[in-house]
Design a protein around this ligand. Structure first.
Ligand code: XLS
Ligand code: NI
Ligand code: NI
Length: 448
């Protein structure tokens, strides 16, 4: 195993060095089999296509708590009474993990990085101190920030939401926290800023003025955009849709709902979408569906890479290992021309029963290999003539003549009627779904 320096005074993952690429023949669980950062696929390296990020919250805070019992994992950085001391050790553990794993990016919420303390002033001071330290760690390691965000859902004050809270006093605190998180994101050179509307929604229609809350949300996002731009944030603002959980209904339901909202409020120029696999499935779609809807709207910003559980209805945030999901996602990404300033953030957590320190590495390695394979297979699919021609041929009747005139908006219903009257009954043209499904399996299992 290769040696890798660790950060700070303590090595938190002893016995684990920099994760090497060993290729498909390896059975070393602490090596990449498919993710070879410098390998060129379709003109770009794997690292440039995939832009992997580790998330701070699940990876360094979540010890396995569920509604029926406490955490099952012990993380040494959490030990000790002083929360700022723990925050500093957690930061060192995080940067040790990032660099050993070999990811280029990380993501955080304000309160993941620094304890909130007992007042707004303490929250701001703690965050500023941790941001200064994180900035040093970034320069020491070359790590970059994919996105920052503010947690407007955990503190009890946010029980009815942040921007859409019925109490203005809470909206003001939400504004203070987003301001601080934007300052932090800019200070750390973040390429995006995320809004996940965890409690922006309602539990009951009997007590909720949904119209007013949605107006407040638009006003709040506009103010956040203006503040961000005023302090030099040139990155992309992202909305992360999720239909429910924790609320009965959340306003950022899915990709198409958010697209409509952004366009209606004139925000689509500054905002894009951060699509999370498990949120797409919660809204009754597939991961690929929400990616496709975002890409079609020109709003595919970034991805929270994880997966749900087909048998239950909640956000299990498992590590992505399903190859069909990864292939379909990467097909959309390649066809959209890439992720731009976005990336693949592992918004995923270990299972409660996974208690070894190495499990954090194993889980991320598996996710990175799954998307690396997904990229290789997707590249084959999008370049395969049978796949390329299928959609082109299927819509060929709109390429010229009356079909093209219809697309230009030149044929009214009466003209359509006259066209149909002069033609014979249309024949049936096969959709060829099974043909493509078989092709994708053939390409998936061919040697990479
Ligand atoms: C929760 C969300 C959250 C966001 C960031 O379901 O996925 O983790 O990504 O607030
Ligand atoms: Ni997420
Ligand atoms: Ni989630």
């Amino acid at each position: 195993m290769s040696k890798s320096p660790f950060i700070g005074d303590t090595e938190f993952f002893p016995g684990i060095g920099a994760i090497p690429f060993e290729g498909p023949g390896s059975d070393n669980p602490l090596a990449f089999k498919a993710y070879d950062a410098g390998r060129v696929v379709g003109g770009k390296t794997m690292a440039e296509h995939l832009r992997f990020a580790v998330c701070y919250w699940h990876t360094f805070h979540f010890t396995g708590l569920d509604p029926f019992g406490p955490g099952t994992r012990h993380y040494a950085w959490n030990d000790g009474a002083d929360p700022m001391d723990a925050a500093r050790r957690r930061l060192d553990a995080a940067f040790e993990f990032f660099t050993k794993l070999g990811v280029p990016y990380w993501c955080f919420h304000d309160v993941d990085l620094a304890p909130e303390g007992g007042s707004l002033a303490e929250y701001e001071a703690n965050l500023a101190a941790m941001v200064a330290l994180a900035g040093e760690r970034q320069s020491e390691t070359g790590m970059k920030l994919l996105w920052g965000t503010s947690n407007l859902f955990s503190n009890p004050r946010f029980m009815n939401g942040g921007a859409t809270n019925p109490d203005f006093e809470v909206v003001a605190v939400a504004g203070a926290h987003v301001k601080a998180a934007l300052d932090a994101t800019v200070a750390l050179g973040g390429e995006n800023y995320v809004f996940w509307g965890g409690r922006e929604g309602y539990a009951s229609l009997w007590n909720t003025d949904t119209k007013r809350e949605l107006e407040h949300m638009a006003t709040f996002l506009r103010q956040a955009r203006d503040y961000g731009r005023s302090i030099g944030f040139e990155g992309t603002f992202l909305i992360e849709p999720k239909p429910m959980e924790p609320m009965h209904h959340q306003y950022d339901f899915d990709a198409q709902t958010v697209t409509g909202f952004l366009r209606h409020h004139g925000l689509a120029g500054d905002f894009k979408l951060n699509i999370e696999a498990n949120h797409a499935t919660l809204s009754g779609h597939t991961f690929a569906h929400d990616l496709r809807m975002s890409a079609d709207a020109g709003l595919l910003g970034s991805i929270d890479a994880n997966r749900g559980n087909a048998q239950n209805g909640w956000d299990t945030d498992q590590f992505p290992t399903d190859m069909n999901d990864c292939v379909q996602a990467m097909i959309v990404v390649l066809e959209a021309g890439g992720l731009g300033s976005g990336g693949l953030n592992f918004d995923a957590k270990l299972r409660r029963e996974s208690t070894d320190p190495e499990d954090l590495f194993i889980a991320h390695i598996g996710g990175m290999d799954a998307f690396a394979r997904g990229l290789l297979i997707a590249d084959r699919v999008v370049n395969h003539p049978r796949y390329r021609n299928l959609k082109k041929d299927r819509y060929a009747s709109f390429d010229a003549g009356a079909g093209a005139a219809f697309e230009r908006g030149e044929l009214g219903l009466a003209a359509l009627r006259d066209h149909a009257a002069a033609a014979t009954e249309p024949g049936r043209i096969s959709g060829k779904q099974e043909l493509v499904e078989n092709l994708i399996n053939d390409l998936m299992f061919a040697e990479l």
